[in-house]
Design a protein around this ligand. Structure first.
Ligand code: FE2
Length: 190
């Protein structure tokens, strides 16, 4: 017998605004929560001392039924840099080793950075309309290198789990920084 949450559910996107409704929850990630993520720690500290900064926000809608646990988020990364490194997400690895994810770029320009625990690295260039499949066991982080808010949809299983510590400990091989007015990938010295 169907339970109340086993019925179909739709949300409506406002593509121009980069939002959807209804939203179950909304959270913000501030620079003060990512002090270990940016290579220029002094630049990050100086910004936080001036009053911190929201780097991105996450709008969340779960689609949980009695037999499944799919969820959707819209992440909105605001434009800007910390030192010369572009705003980005904290990045994570799924705790379960059999859990992929779909990302779909709705607005803006950026990079999806991916890396395995063995050090294989990929940078997927994103423009409006790029859809990327993230296979299991690839750490993933998104970087906004454009002048506008980068907006992307993610679809995943809640049971995948989020391991942020492994990204903080290992970091990504490459950073996205501005050099002579251009966004470029450079090797991390971490
Ligand atoms: Fe993920």
């Amino acid at each position: 017998m169907l339970q109340p949450n086993d019925y179909p559910l739709s949300v409506q996107f406002d593509l121009a605004a980069g939002t959807f409704a209804p939203i179950t929850s909304k959270s913000e990630r501030r620079l003060s929560e990512m002090m270990q993520s940016f290579y220029d720690v002094d630049a990050a500290r100086a910004i936080v001392e001036q009053g911190d900064r929201v780097l991105y926000e996450v709008l969340y809608s779960p689609f949980e039924t009695s037999k499944s646990d799919m969820a959707m988020c819209v992440t909105r990364i605001f434009p800007g840099k910390v030192g010369d490194e572009y705003h980005m997400t904290k990045g994570h690895l799924h705790e379960r080793d059999d859990q992929p994810e779909i990302y779909f770029c709705l607005q803006g320009e950026g990079y999806l950075l991916l890396q395995t625990l063995d050090g294989e690295f990929r940078a997927e260039h994103w423009t409006k309309g790029t859809l990327s499949h993230i296979p299991p066991m690839w750490m993933h982080r998104t970087v906004n290198m454009g002048a506008d808010t980068l907006v992307f949809v993610s679809v995943y299983n809640l049971s995948a789990g989020h391991d942020y510590e492994v990204v903080e400990a290992k970091g990504f091989k490459m950073l996205v920084v501005e050099r002579e007015g251009q966004a470029v990938l450079v090797e991390s010295e971490k």
